[in-house]
Design a binder for this molecule. Structure first.
Ligand SMILES: *Cc1c(COP(=O)(O)O)cnc(C)c1O
Length: 422
């Protein structure tokens, strides 16, 4: 459920016509709905009732500080994977005690900042990282709570580029080695071995891989406890999918996910950390773009719009489906056409949809790419020297530009000529 709907023939974000925002901000832009963010967070929170879960929003899905704060105001923590994301989460007002630092390649300055900020937990993914974590903690005169991310070798049955829990993936500690490595970690002076962590992939549309992974985590926690390593937290990662395509069966609900967690891990007396990203923000955002041209090719019609793969890379990168909705509501019974929707970038991959059924469109019309709130703006780039796309947050009838479009001068100001050219 989201709060984008037609009202009097116009697609609204909550109570505001998107056309009005487009007129003020220019296109393309991302638009997020506060009510949808809140609704998704509360639905997940309710699914976890009674489980002592801290919900740490995975900032890599949407790093805008106003979006993070919207969730933090409801009690969300943050899961961060870089110094930049850690700084965003802190700037957004997330208490350090609710921040988890994940990721396979943390550099020393990132570890220092994390420890000095007093975050809840750092999830380690290799033996050398554990050694460095302990060394830095000792140098700073601290002890840092760590989670060990295990790789449970389960197939998440999602797109290959977002599968992370198979043994051939770079993530986590091979789960059959986890016991030995945790014993080692437990002897390191700077570490407080607090948690076992797992994250098997993103956009999962079936609970079976979660079940398999959680069962392995359960076995490990029981085994470690028998060995005197007092695991007190389990970090379940994120990964629950969202509906992108109304033609496809919907993914399991947060409630069904919560029931599974309760069934497998509920009796372990552990605190839980959940790291949903996409689930909280995906359907709370749209990318709004204007049609530049309609081009009749030899065998196809193309809708050329002013958004491109640099603004929303998911279709090019993951063959992802986004619903494309005209901002002006089509007349009922209007004859539909089949079109390719493309951007201006000089690559054939700059295609948002192939052979999509759409109502008649004309130059100047606005289109909304739905479900673009996760891995949209955060993955955008300046390819083709296009400016980073701005972000707008709506609340009721109000909107605010929460990241502005940079000027071309700002973009160019990062570049200089070497001495020998001056
Ligand atoms: C990406 C990621 C998440 C969030 O994944 P979603 O599919 O967006 O829920 C959570 N935890 C870790 C460690 C991640 O890398």
């Amino acid at each position: 459920m989201n709060h984008f709907h037609y009202h009097q023939g116009q697609l609204n974000a909550e109570d505001l016509p998107l056309e009005q925002i487009a007129a003020a901000v220019g296109t393309p832009f991302y638009c997020y709905s506060t009510a949808t963010l809140q609704r998704h967070f509360i639905a997940f929170q309710e699914a976890m009732t009674g489980l002592r879960a801290t919900i740490c929003f995975a900032v890599k899905a949407n790093g805008n500080i106003a979006v993070i704060r919207t969730l933090a105001e409801l009690g969300a923590g943050a899961d961060v994977v870089s110094e930049g994301e850690l700084r965003c989460a802190l700037a957004a007002g997330v208490p350090a005690g609710r921040i988890v630092f994940s990721g396979v390649g943390k550099a020393r300055p990132e570890i220092e900042l994390a420890i000095n900020s007093g975050i809840l937990q750092i999830n380690a993914e290799s033996e050398p990282e554990l050694d460095l974590l302990s060394q830095v903690a000792v140098q700073l005169g601290k002890k840092i709570a760590i989670g060990i991310r295990v790789n449970p070798d389960v197939d998440a049955a999602t797109h290959a580029k977002i599968t992370t829990g198979r043994k051939e993936n770079k993530f986590g500690i091979e789960w059959t080695h986890a016991h030995r490595i945790l014993q080692h970690a437990n002897r390191l002076p700077g570490l407080d071995v607090a948690a076992v962590a797992v994250h098997i992939g993103s956009q999962l549309t079936d609970l079976a891989p979660f079940r398999e992974a959680f069962l392995r985590v359960r076995d490990l926690v029981v085994m470690l406890r028998a060995d005197g390593i007092a695991i007190r937290r389990i970090d379940l990662g994120g990964g629950l999918g969202i509906p992108y395509d109304p033609q496809m069966a919907p993914p399991p609900s947060p409630a069904a996910y919560g029931a599974l967690v309760r069934q497998i891990l509920g009796d372990l007396e552990c605190d839980l950390i959940c790291e949903p990203g996409r689930l909280l923000v995906g359907n709370a955002g749209m990318l709004i773009s204007r049609v530049l041209y309609i081009k009749e090719g030899a065998t196809r019609s193309f809708v050329i719009c002013d958004a491109a793969m640099n603004d929303l890379v998911r279709p090019a990168m993951y063959d992802a489906h986004h619903e494309i909705i005209p901002v002006r509501q089509p007349e009922s019974g209007v004859a539909m056409g089949v079109m390719d929707v493309v951007g201006p970038v000089c690559e054939s991959g700059d295609t948002f949809a192939r052979q999509r059924t759409l109502p008649p469109l004309a130059s100047g019309d606005l289109l909304a790419f739905a479900s673009a709130g996760a891995y949209g703006a955060t993955m955008s780039s300046t390819y083709n020297a296009r400016r980073l796309v701005p972000e707008v947050l709506v609340k009721g009838t109000a909107f605010a530009v929460v990241r502005r479009r940079p000027s071309y001068d700002e973009m160019l100001s990062l570049e200089t000529f070497p001495e020998w050219m001056k």
